[in-house]
Design a protein around this ligand. Structure first.
Ligand code: NAD
Length: 438
């Protein structure tokens, strides 16, 4: 049986195809977790894992839900939910970002933690997978409120994190400043400075050269490896203009590609002859979002996803390419800057259309790779040059990409199936070597 058929079987038994349209519709986080588990099930079947190990890998090692009380500027107290999930720590300390988004929930954080486990194994860095989240809209808080939420959340998850245990990093809605507050809160509790507790920190606190653009640089490298030829003149559309999307657009434009459209949560802009990405980034910084940029015409997120481009880069949130809109996708190549942007149903539609998809756990791994390099520098109390970081990033990305491409070709499976087979296989191997305690 081909893995594709098995994958379809898993989907059918999980009834993702027949999502109810009533109030019992699953949250986007629950759908992401279904997708992550379907991908794992496909890999487990491919690898011939026994049921017990498969079940263990489908279940997070530790999940913590915390209440985060926050004092608003007007004196009111509100309570938001926070989460930290360590999916697996068999290959090393848990590693994964912290997301501030109103729709985040335990299921979403669990899915993201699971993807982190496979991603770290795939690119060969000695970490397990984790993720954190706080169900809050950072845009609705003042800077002081945001600092209070961050510090209180960190205080609640303090027993789980640490440079040898679990190392957070930025994700949607968090940034270098958030990491600085986390590092400070942890350090004050420890009684001494612990830079290695987070990555994606400001340079002044032990951040690494190259970390801010690392995920985007990895997306650029993955795009170029997938195109396999000179990227100059190829067209690209980028959904999401945050930390990952904006710099991915910049690096691809710098490499000679024509960035014809970008969007963020408020809408997008389009220019067939190519957008001036540097000017657009300056506009978005000054105005807070992309729409209104004078160097292009307005377009919606749905229109962006359906553009006739060589490359589409989803770099926002999960589940944006689904059964409803994927039949209209015209891009020949999709490079997943975001985690989980393609639902399993959309994956099958894209496979039928012959669209190549470079999966998230490979395409956006540049971020965790340079996070690892930052952590190594912190543990050694030594800093590397930007060039050293770039070379190591490119080396790890190229090695992982080559392994995925070769397995995909050898076994006639998709790049996603190959990436999961390698990532899950390495974690399973680590479990086998360690054995079960007691
Ligand atoms: P961010 O918060 O910096 O940016 C998110 C962007 O997505 C913003 O421009 C936002 O407006 C946009 N967006 C939100 N909802 C949208 C919607 N419905 N339609 C279109 N755009 C929308 O977050 P980020 O760090 O750039 O992360 C983006 C994705 O990349 C996430 O899936 C994240 O998990 C993944 N990722 C991030 C990193 C990292 O280092 N930051 C590493 C690996 C993967």
């Amino acid at each position: 049986m081909r893995v594709d058929d098995e994958y379809k079987g898993v989907l059918n038994t999980m009834t993702i195809m027949d999502l109810p349209t009533t109030a019992s519709v699953k949250s986007s986080g629950e759908q992401a977790l279904d997708a992550a588990r379907a991908q794992l099930a496909g890999a487990a079947r491919f690898l011939g894992l026994d049921d017990g190990l498969h079940r263990m890998l489908a279940t997070p090692r530790r999940s913590l839900t915390v209440a985060v009380p926050v004092r608003r500027e007007d004196g009111r107290m509100e309570v938001v939910q926070g989460y930290r999930v360590q999916h697996n720590v068999s290959r090393g300390p848990a590693k994964g970002g912290i997301r501030f988004h109103p729709a985040t929930d335990l299921a979403e954080v669990t899915a993201l933690a699971m993807w982190m486990t496979w991603k770290c194994a795939l690119v060969g860095i000695p970490y397990g997978g984790a993720k954190g989240g706080v169900a809050v809209d950072p845009g609705s808080l003042t800077t002081r409120e945001l600092e209070r939420v961050t510090r209180r959340y960190v205080n609640e998850i303090l027993p789980l994190i640490g440079p040898e245990k679990d190392i957070p990093a930025p994700d949607v809605g968090t940034d270098e400043q958030t990491m600085a507050w986390i590092m400070d809160t942890y350090s004050v509790n420890a009684g001494y400075s612990v830079p290695g507790v987070v990555t994606g920190k400001p340079m002044t606190l032990g951040g690494s050269l190259g970390r801010a653009g690392a995920t985007s640089r990895g997306v650029q490298l993955a795009t170029q490896m997938a195109l396999g030829s000179d990227p100059a003149g190829k067209t690209v559309a980028v959904q999401g203009f945050g930390k990952v999307g904006a710099l991915a657009a910049q690096y691809l434009a710098d490499a000679g590609m024509t960035v014809v459209a970008v969007s963020d949560a408020s809408g997008g802009v389009h220019r067939a002859a190519g957008l001036d990405v540097t000017a657009l980034r300056a506009w978005a910084r000054e105005n807070g979002s992309v729409p209104g940029f004078p160097g292009g015409d307005p377009l919606t997120n749905d229109e962006l996803l359906a553009l006739d481009v060589d490359v589409l880069i989803p770099a926002a949130l999960e589940g944006v390419l689904h059964a409803g809109n994927t039949p209209g996708v015209k891009a020949r190549l999709i490079v997943e800057g975001a985690n989980g942007p393609t639902t399993p149903e959309a994956d099958l539609i894209l496979a039928d259309k012959g669209t190549t998809v470079v999966p998230d756990i490979l395409a956006n791994a540049g971020g965790v790779i340079v996070s690892y390099l930052e952590w190594v520098q912190n543990m050694q109390a030594y800093s590397w040059s930007a060039a050293e970081v770039e070379v190591r990033l490119a080396d790890l990305m190229e090695t992982a990409y080559g392994a995925v491409r070769d397995l995909s070709a050898e076994r006639d499976i998709s790049l996603r199936q190959a990436a999961h087979a390698i990532g899950v296989g390495r974690v399973a191997e680590a479990h086998g070597a360690r054995g079960l305690y007691p």
